[in-house]
Design a binder for this molecule. Structure first.
Ligand SMILES: Cc1cc2nc3c(=O)[nH]c(=O)nc-3n(C[C@H](O)[C@H](O)[C@H](O)COP(=O)(O)OP(=O)(O)OC[C@H]3O[C@@H](n4cnc5c(N)ncnc54)[C@H](O)[C@@H]3O)c2cc1C
Length: 355
């Protein structure tokens, strides 16, 4: 297998131990995205118990450090790379072209989606019309309810099965390996802001073999990810006594809402804050500012707040809208969802500025 990297990579040779072990993992900043594992050209790394680690001696190529979203990260150069400019101070939730609330027009999607089903509807439309030949999403572990498992979905059935939100970390970047093995050439990627950062950094580092097939990045808005053990096993099952297998849906609308066959259990967010991953406290991006299209629930009922940021994102979204796959409504800056978007974006930036 041959690897081609951009000129200049060799000047950044640093070992995994000197870069990611000491400055990212031990510093509690690792988001367990799996990027270092996937890009290592010598297969030296493995993700075990949500942490990357060496399984053989590091060859000191420095590629993992160049792609890691938490090692010497600055958004400005990535913004320049994606949008040709940096965001202005008034662009509080990043550079964008258009903002709408949207929902799927298909019942089979709205029955299983988290909010308005925009993600699944866009992916289905893209797959059916040949824009993509696969999508990297989060499936669910067969044994553990709501435990996310990265997957490369290549059929409508798989995309529908993967709809909805699992509030624990899903290292979706690991599924790039399947994308390469299956020789897919047109793939959409769905992920949290940190995972979108990782993909953009891989693009910036010239890791073309991994990034060339990626045609669309859909970024999920994200306040934080919770540990599965803390949230699902200790709290929802252990403390509240709910059987995890009976849960039909978990959503956050001001509080966490856990739906089972016998009703909805409400959990105040202050009770579950303790299960948030430590690495989320050093994230300043709420709305996936570097994605092609960003989506979130933002307190809406049955609609997805959708921010279209790039030309690619606009092309696909408009085609889906014209085809009647999505219905949309305009929003203005007086709506609750818009104000919440600004508030949550500011809160994340402030937390970092003050840390
Ligand atoms: C950890 C997490 C935290 C979030 N926090 C917020 C928040 O604070 N505020 C807010 O407004 N929105 C938040 N969201 C986004 C929100 O839950 C919905 O994903 C979004 O509104 C899109 O809804 P939809 O109906 O269009 O998506 P759907 O059509 O239901 O599709 C959702 C897609 O997300 C993928 N997915 C599910 N879980 C994960 C995961 N853990 N990691 C990566 N991909 C996944 C699915 O495979 C599917 O492709 C969060 C999402 C996640 C995963």
């Amino acid at each position: 297998m041959t690897y081609t990297y951009v000129i200049g990579m060799s000047s950044n040779k640093i070992s995994f131990e000197a870069s990611l072990t000491s400055e990212v993992i031990e510093a509690g900043k690792c988001v367990s995205c799996g990027t270092c594992v996937v890009v290592c050209p010598f297969d030296c790394l493995e993700l075990t118990k949500e942490k990357p680690g060496l399984i053989k001696e590091c060859k000191i190529c420095g590629i993992c450090a160049q792609a890691c979203p938490r090692y010497q990260w600055t958004a400005a150069n990535v913004e320049n790379f994606v949008f040709g400019r940096e965001r202005k101070p008034e662009e509080e939730f990043g550079i964008h072209r258009r903002m709408v609330i949207a929902q799927t027009t298909e019942d089979r999607i709205s029955k299983v989606s988290q909010d308005g089903g925009v993600v699944t509807a866009l992916l289905l439309f893209a797959l059916k019309n040949g824009f993509i030949d696969g999508a990297i999403v989060a499936g669910t572990d067969k044994e553990k309810p709501f435990y996310p498992a990265p997957m490369l979905a290549t059929t409508a059935e798989e995309l529908i099965e993967a709809a909805g939100t699992r509030y624990s970390c899903s290292p979706n970047i690991l599924a790039l390996t399947d994308m390469l093995k299956q020789k897919k050439t047109k793939v959409a990627f769905v992920g949290t802001p940190c995972q979108i950062h990782a993909i953009r950094r891989m693009e910036l580092a010239g890791l073309k073999r991994h990034t060339r097939p990626l045609k669309l990045l859909i970024g999920l808005m994200c306040s934080e990810c919770f540990t599965y053990k803390g949230l699902m096993e200790n709290h929802i099952h252990g403390k509240l006594g709910l059987n995890l297998g009976d849960i039909k849906k978990i959503n956050i609308k001001g509080k966490m809402l856990v739906t089972t066959g016998s009703g909805v259990t409400e959990i105040p967010l202050r009770e579950i804050k303790q299960y948030a991953r430590k690495s989320c406290s050093v994230c300043d991006d709420f709305s996936s500012e570097l994605a092609d299209v960003s989506v979130g629930g933002l307190g809406l009922d049955g609609w997805t707040f959708t921010i279209i940021r790039t030309e690619k994102g606009e092309e696909l979204f408009s085609s889906a809208e014209k085809a009647g796959v999505l219905r949309t409504k305009t929003i203005d800056d007086t709506t609750y969802a818009f104000k919440l978007l600004k508030k949550l974006s500011r809160r994340k930036r402030k937390a970092i500025a003050g840390s």
